[in-house]
Design a protein around this ligand. Structure first.
Ligand code: ZN
Length: 281
């Protein structure tokens, strides 16, 4: 028979086990402060038009799937996602999304479920901002079987990462309602903040952090994740003029004590795609 005391212990054990299951496998701390945000306006973070003050800002779009005919879908708002970006992701106007959801203004909230009326496709939308500080790219796995930006953002906030999600990009594996190969843009990227993903080598200050959802000590990423990663690496290395030798795994940064991104990480197709050596200094 299980006593009340034992039950309490068992419940606590499972709660702790659940939290550790959801926590990403690698991280390092960030020392800057930023308040939590509860909502935002799309115009606050939408890249300016080409005629604006930052003429080199660019948005790359890549289609992941196209339905046989336009269909209604439900989209859960991720951290710092805007109506502007969601509109581009599904090929539906901002005004149509506002009408379908009865939105009086442009405010949307993390976790909000939005109806996207007659979505024409789903695209990865990658904003790029001029910034000379990005000289490396460090690759990670989350060391979890499932994940999405919202969940990992909450985990990192609870760990004391005051800016939340420590990576700049997260490539989903089709779990927790996200698409397989979907590239989620971290608030750190939108705001061009230092990462909190690799303290070793000062990488948090000079490297773009990309994580793939999955535990690659156990299995390979999905094909869709590999395709999206290669697209993202090509786009970033070209735009920021980062040499292939500066695309490295977390474990390969001198001083990093980790196995991340795991022994099944697909270096071969990445090397071929970047036509050079990666994963070494
Ligand atoms: Zn890592």
């Amino acid at each position: 028979m299980v006593s009340f005391g034992n039950m309490k212990y068992i419940c606590n054990f499972f709660l702790v086990a659940l939290i550790f299951t959801l926590l990403p496998g690698c991280y390092s701390s960030s020392s800057m402060y930023v308040p939590r945000y509860s909502g935002y306006l799309e115009r606050d973070y939408a890249p300016p038009p080409p005629s604006g003050s930052r003429p080199n800002t660019k948005v790359v779009q890549k289609t992941l799937w196209v339905p046989s005919k336009p269909k209604n879908v439900v989209h859960e708002v991720a951290p710092l996602e805007t109506l502007w970006r969601i509109s581009k992701m599904y090929g539906v106007s901002v005004e149509s999304i506002r009408r379908a959801n009865g939105l009086k203004d442009y405010k949307i909230f993390v976790g909000q479920k939005l109806i996207i009326p007659k979505a024409r496709y789903f695209r990865n939308v990658i904003p790029l901002y001029p910034n000379s500080k990005w000289r490396y790219i460090v690759l990670h796995h989350t060391a979890t079987e499932i994940g999405k930006a919202r969940v990992i953002n909450d985990c990192h906030l609870n760990r004391g990462f005051i800016y939340g999600l420590g990576y700049h990009f997260l490539i989903d594996n089709g779990t927790l309602g996200k698409g397989d190969g979907q590239i989620e843009i971290s608030p750190r990227w939108i705001k061009q903040l230092d990462g909190a993903h690799c303290k070793a080598g000062g990488m948090n200050h000079k490297a773009i952090g990309i994580a793939l959802v999955g535990n690659f000590d156990e299995e390979r990423p999905t094909e869709a994740q590999i395709h999206s990663l290669i697209l993202l690496l090509k786009v970033l290395t070209e735009y920021y003029d980062i040499p292939p030798s500066h695309v490295v795994g977390h474990r390969d940064v001198p001083g990093a004590k980790t196995d991340c991104p795991g022994r099944f990480f697909p270096w071969r197709p990445i090397r071929v795609a970047l036509r050079g050596r990666v994963n070494s200094f």
